[in-house]
Design a protein around this ligand. Structure first.
Ligand code: XLS
Ligand code: MG
Ligand code: MG
Length: 404
């Protein structure tokens, strides 16, 4: 799409400048984050969604995503809802922005203090279904094709409070029901479940990508459900995010992704993408780009609490630029002849064994099993081999530093 010239005015114009085709999206809640934390009140004024759409478009973003209440306040009247939605649609149109994903806020209102789909109170569970169906309608009306479920308060503070097996069943009931709701309404929608180990509850159900993937295959419509993994959430569990995302990709389940950053296992920090774990994020971007993932590159992060309005846009621009910088670095790493040569050497080996293993990939046969059982291996030589990973890793590090 060609944008009016004023929309590119704030962008710098080097090769890392974000462009619509990079498919960068931000949650309305990210740039509108007012900096409240458990020890301090808001530090930034309310940000109008229309302004977020305009500013993000100027900076080169492709779209925005929202929780129902990021756009339409919890207590809005139907007339207010219609006016807000119509102003927002106009802004999307004026500034050339899309809404690829939407979600429900099932965690802010006190009614959800014990969770939503897994709350012990049946009225809360039923209300959560109603709120989600309405939010799905809103998301679809604005063009969303992916619907995210982050189980905000789906968990416990006291293990005595809930039967964890029953809680999982309640979550399954809700997702199955809402899948049928989407189908029944003819919506072109896929669900992306977002794991998180804790916060705001002390323990959340479905803590990691792995938990979520296992759950998906127990659903009535596993084909329409995938994951929305978040960098910070897996790091909170001390896990390797790149490996989790790889497993989702390999299973055909990476429906969406939440990019941000995090300093190790602690509360969810939602830091600017690539501001902390630069090496892991280099390998993450390389994985996403090389895997053919063509969904949104969505940022679920927010500016430091120290920042004013300008700082928020510096934060947003930084997320996108860093992604593009890492993408270029990953491309150069993969194109580096010395890296290629070293990787070829590292992966080379005994020709017979290579061929046996390609048979293993194709499947079991008694003949192959016997061949493997009878083979002689020089375990001493295998144990003496040097793998040259120090050299390879230093090449990666030098690419990241911009030396190579
Ligand atoms: C909170 C989550 C949240 C979801 C959307 O930690 O990351 O922002 O992505 O509800
Ligand atoms: Mg998230
Ligand atoms: Mg988060």
């Amino acid at each position: 799409m060609t944008l009016p010239p004023q929309l590119t005015q704030e962008s710098t114009s080097d090769q890392y400048t974000p462009r619509k085709e990079d498919k960068f999206t931000f949650g309305l809640w990210t740039v509108a984050n007012q900096g409240r934390d458990p020890f301090g009140d808001v530090v930034r004024p309310v940000l109008n969604p229309v302004r977020s759409v305009q500013k993000l478009s100027e900076l080169g973003a492709w779209g925005v995503n929202f929780h129902d209440n990021d756009l339409v306040p919890f207590d809005a009247t139907p007339a207010e809802r219609d006016r807000i939605v119509s102003d927002f649609k106009k802004a999307l149109n004026d500034y050339g922005m899309v809404v690829p994903m939407a979600t429900t806020n099932l965690f802010f209102h006190p009614a959800f203090k014990d969770g939503a789909f897994t709350a012990v109170d049946p009225s809360v569970r039923a209300f959560a279904l109603q709120k989600t169906m309405r939010a799905i309608d809103l998301g679809v009306e604005l063009g969303a094709q992916t619907y995210v479920f982050w189980g905000g308060r789906e968990g416990v503070d006291s293990e005595a409070s809930k039967d964890p097996v029953e809680a999982l069943k309640r979550m399954r009931d809700a997702i199955n029901f809402l899948c049928e709701y989407a189908i029944d309404n003819g919506y072109n929608l896929r669900f992306a479940l977002e794991p998180k180990p804790n916060e705001p509850r002390s323990d959340t159900y479905f803590a990691t990508i792995g938990h979520m993937l296992a759950f998906i295959y127990t659903l009535d419509h596993p084909e329409m459900v995938g994951v929305n993994p978040e960098v910070a959430h897996e790091h909170m569990s001390g896990l390797n995010f790149v490996h989790g995302v790889a497993q989702a990709i390999e299973a055909g389940k990476l429906f969406h992704i939440d990019l941000n950053d995090q300093k190790g296992p602690r509360f969810d920090q939602d830091l600017r993408f690539g501001s902390e774990n630069i090496k892991s994020m280099f390998f993450l971007v390389r994985l996403l780009e090389n895997s053919g993932y063509d969904g949104p590159r969505h940022f679920d992060a927010h500016a430091y609490r120290t920042e004013d309005d300008q700082g928020v846009w510096d934060f947003a621009a930084g997320c996108m630029r860093t992604y593009n910088i890492l993408r270029e670095k990953a491309r150069r790493f993969d194109a580096d002849p010395e890296v290629q040569q070293l990787l070829a050497t590292i992966n080379a080996g005994n020709a017979d064994h290579i061929s046996w293993l390609s048979e293993v990939r194709k499947g079991y046969s008694k003949e192959l099993a016997n061949k493997l059982k009878e083979a002689t291996f020089d375990a001493t030589a295998l144990g003496q081999r040097g793998y040259q990973y120090e050299k390879l890793d230093q090449m990666a590090v030098e690419h990241i530093f911009g030396i190579r």
